[in-house]
Design a protein around this ligand. Structure first.
Ligand code: 26W
Length: 796
């Protein structure tokens, strides 16, 4: 591809005039960007088609990753690196007087996700393509992404995220592959000589139109997978519909809450929409190339990313029974053997439940099937003498006139996994112990991973180059080779270069923050970073109370350090999550107070980075010194930010939660700061109904001061602005153990701050973190998913 700069330049000029009908010099930056993407699309098309043909001819098993979210970020810079054409393109454009960075700026992050779950899906697509696994994404092409976050007077303000406004040149619309999705109506049951058939009548149709995006991974040009995103349109015979009509509303906007279950009918419509469209296109494709539908589990793996696509279970049953004419028992075997499920949260608020009457009304045939699955499951466990009342209550799919999606997912799939060792144990032993006795063979762990090519190779080119100079390029394809860096632990010139790279990355972030938010920070300071969704359980509050305490000590003259600290926060709060939004306001109020306080001599700075997204994340992780992973133990299923920081040599300050535990096992206690209650302790407290938060408050003078400051006029805000935070700690007895973990947290933080001053020792710790990060590449996760669950032969 583009063997020389001249070839690229000519192709570019030609393509430009084809697309824009004028000379490239007269084009807008958007037109220049669009041309570049179209040119790349043209180059990869052949391999993309070829991948599909090869898969068909070789009858390779295909993996379909169903996810409500895919947070793929920007594709242009990543694909240039992956295709190995970054330099040719950059230099070629430069000769034409075009700055590649300006073109990259034109691309909007595809904000098709909320947070960890969506970014995990994107990393998994990357690793599947890299490893030659025919693995495709199936999701929704939301017209509007999550939302764009603006901070106005310290408050989060949400603006529509119009990522598609100018078009998205990476997608190809495939109208010929559209599918009709049926909602509402009634089901007529007809008895044909003893065989029941089900006819769905009086339904409303929605057209699902697929848009395909190519998934191009590093050095694996010959295997280009597909992310298929479905867009809702009115059906062909109803083109008179207003564009705002019910039908097209389905793919309008991503549900912006990644926490509480909501009874929104629209979300249920969305879930059925991409499930039914995806399965229909999979079955059509399968039937074209295979003779027997009984072969489905050998040729197709359907993976459901959390319960949002759990309607795959009844929908696949519906297709097999109503359309393929298979009897229930066989259909059930095929379904269970085809589907596998990952759980991403044990928070009860986030476990999806749908009102039975809503499902009956919206999806009449699907609800019949769910009720039948529920009935047969109950009969089955009774016949095996497994039933007792607690087991019946906890495992039922339908209970209290609600459908519990997690139970449907467990019963309807052959594999159930958690996303870190700790989370998988909690899931199996504490959340679903009854299912674990019924189906012990289903439970397994797949610790999350992240694309180290995206978050190290691309995001941190300085570090990537330094690593490559030391140990060669092998680590890009085999992340475990990073371990060879251990040999450089005593090499002081290498350690110096490592700190120089970090310094440059901190300058890069400093420039960005000055340009976008007008904030000045000192790159010599410790960058202590907490970036993730804002949630009570992630405890941004604990971090804030810590900063208030440090501030108080400095003001009190009882504390002076010669290390400066910059505390960086970033993340979005769900628009309806008042508490989380108040936390954002509190952080900004603290930033205001601290940043302008002359007494502090710049010892402290607090920054809330606006609109945290994949692109901004790529600037932040490489610049971090301390990675804040301070969730209430047992609540964070895994975390993946922790891994992104680790690959970039930041040191974790965290609780023994999620994958933090595994990070500690890899780097050793001396290279991480783990503090606070363990998950067992937290779970025990929950069982006992909590702990005595008031006690902590009353017996800890420094803590008492900061808590009082929330409500005593310390912040010049409207009265009672932070009362709900104060109340959450004292009146509601601190459900997330913020006060209980306060002292150990401060201790851990102080240790890391002191360590930072011992430059060489600190750099060794950073190096160890990078060297031991290899395990947390999504390549490793995907390898395990494939070996244990999907079983696709990906040998070339
Ligand atoms: C119903 C709304 C909703 C939407 C999304 C509820 C719950 C979710 C997700 C399950 C939330 C999520 O993103 N979970 C995160 O998944 C990551 C990837 O496995 C983990 O690393 C995080 O610990 C987990 O919080």
């Amino acid at each position: 591809m583009f063997k020389s700069q001249a070839i690229f330049q000519n192709a570019y000029k030609k393509k430009f005039s084809e697309i824009a009908g004028k000379k490239y010099e007269d084009g807008t930056a958007w037109e220049q960007y669009q041309t570049l993407v179209m040119l790349i699309m043209e180059q990869i098309k052949l391999n993309w088609n070829q991948t599909n043909c090869n898969n068909a001819v070789n009858k390779k098993k295909q993996v379909y990753y169903f996810s409500m979210e895919f947070l793929i970020g920007k594709l242009l810079p990543y694909y240039l690196t992956n295709l190995g054409i970054g330099e040719v393109v950059q230099k070629g454009l430069k000769v034409l007087g075009i700055d590649l960075d300006i073109l990259i700026d034109q691309e909007k992050d595809a904000g098709l996700g909320n947070g960890g779950l969506g970014r995990l899906a994107a990393c998994f697509l990357d690793s599947m393509a890299f490893m030659g696994i025919p693995g495709h994404g199936n999701g929704i092409r939301y017209q509007f992404g999550l939302f764009e976050q603006k901070i106005v007077n310290g408050f989060q303000v949400e603006a529509q995220e119009e990522w598609l406004k100018e078009g998205y040149p990476w997608e190809i619309k495939k109208p010929e592959k559209s599918v009709i999705i049926k909602y509402f109506g009634n089901v007529d049951t007809v008895n044909n000589n003893g065989k029941l058939t089900f006819i769905h009548e009086n339904y409303e149709s929605v057209l699902a139109v697929p848009y395909d995006v190519p998934i191009v991974s590093y050095d694996s040009n010959e295997n280009i997978n597909t992310l298929r995103l479905w867009c809702a349109e009115p059906p062909a015979d109803r083109q008179d519909y207003e564009p705002s009509c019910h039908q097209s509303a389905i793919s309008h906007v991503l549900y912006p809450d990644d926490f509480s279950q909501s009874g929104k009918q629209l979300r249920l419509e969305q879930e059925y929409f991409f499930v039914a469209a995806g399965l229909s296109s999979i079955i059509q494709h399968f039937k074209k190339h295979n003779n027997s539908i009984f072969d489905l589990p050998n040729k197709v793996a359907v993976h459901i990313n959390d319960t949002h696509p759990a309607l795959c279970v009844p929908e696949l049953m519906r297709i097999l029974i109503d359309e393929e004419g298979i009897d229930w028992e066989d259909a059930w075997d095929i379904t269970v053997n085809t589907i596998s499920y990952t759980n991403h949260t044990i928070m009860p608020e986030a476990l999806e439940k749908w009102q039975l009457h809503l499902v009956r009304y919206l999806l009449p045939r699907i609800s019949m099937i769910i009720e039948e699955i529920d009935k047969r499951f109950k009969q089955d466990i009774s016949s095996k003498n497994l039933a007792n009342s607690e087991l019946m209550r906890n495992t039922a799919i339908i209970w209290d006139d609600e459908i519990r999606m997690a139970n449907l997912a467990v019963i309807g799939s052959h594999s159930v996994n958690g996303v870190s060792k700790l989370h998988s144990e909690i899931l199996k032993n504490n959340v679903q112990p009854e299912f674990n006795t019924i189906y012990p063979h289903k439970y397994n762990n797949k610790t999350n991973g992240i694309s180290h090519r995206r978050f190290l190779m691309e995001a941190n080119p300085g570090l990537a180059e330094l690593i490559t100079q030391a140990i060669g390029e092998g680590w890009k394809k085999n992340s475990f080779e990073l371990n060879n860096l251990v040999a450089y632990k005593e090499d002081s010139s290498f350690l110096t270069r490592l700190s120089e790279v970090k310094f440059r990355n901190k300058c890069r972030l400093q420039e960005y923050l000055f340009k976008t938010q007008g904030i000045k920070i000192n790159p010599n300071a410790i960058f202590d970073v907490q970036v993730k969704r804002i949630h009570a359980y992630k405890r941004q509050l604990l971090n804030t109370l810590k900063i208030m305490d440090i501030y108080n000590l400095i003001k009190d003259h009882s504390h002076f350090t010669d290390v400066q600290h910059v505390f960086i926060f970033g993340g979005k709060a769900a628009p309806g999550y008042h508490y989380a939004k108040t936390i954002i306001k509190l952080i900004n109020a603290l930033a205001q107070k601290i940043n302008k306080d002359q007494d502090l001599n710049d010892q402290l700075k607090v920054v809330f980075v606006e609109n945290f997204n994949v692109s901004i994340a790529e600037l932040i992780y490489p610049a971090a010194d301390i990675s804040e992973q301070i969730s209430t133990a047992s609540r964070e299923a895994s975390g993946t930010g922790n891994m992104k920081f680790m690959f970039n040599g930041a040191v974790t300050l965290g609780t023994p939660d999620g994958a933090n535990v595994e990070i500690r096992n890899k780097v050793g206690d001396e290279n991480i700061e783990i503090f606070g209650l363990t998950s067992d302790e937290v779970i025990n407290y929950y069982r006992l109904g909590g702990y005595n938060a008031l006690n902590e408050y009353e017996n800890n003078p420094r803590l008492k001061i900061v808590i009082d400051q929330l409500v005593n006029g310390f912040f010049p805000d409207i009265e009672k602005e932070y009362q709900i935070i104060y109340n959450s700690l004292l009146e509601e007895n601190d459900q997330f153990f913020v006060l209980k973990d306060f002292n150990p947290y401060i201790e851990g933080f102080n240790k890391l701050s002191l360590h930072f001053k011992k430059t060489e020792s600190w750099q060794k710790t950073c190096l160890t973190n990078i060297a031991k990060a290899g395990y947390f590449s999504s390549d490793r996760s995907i390898k395990e998913y494939n070996q244990d669950i999907w079983r696709v032969d990906n040998t070339r």
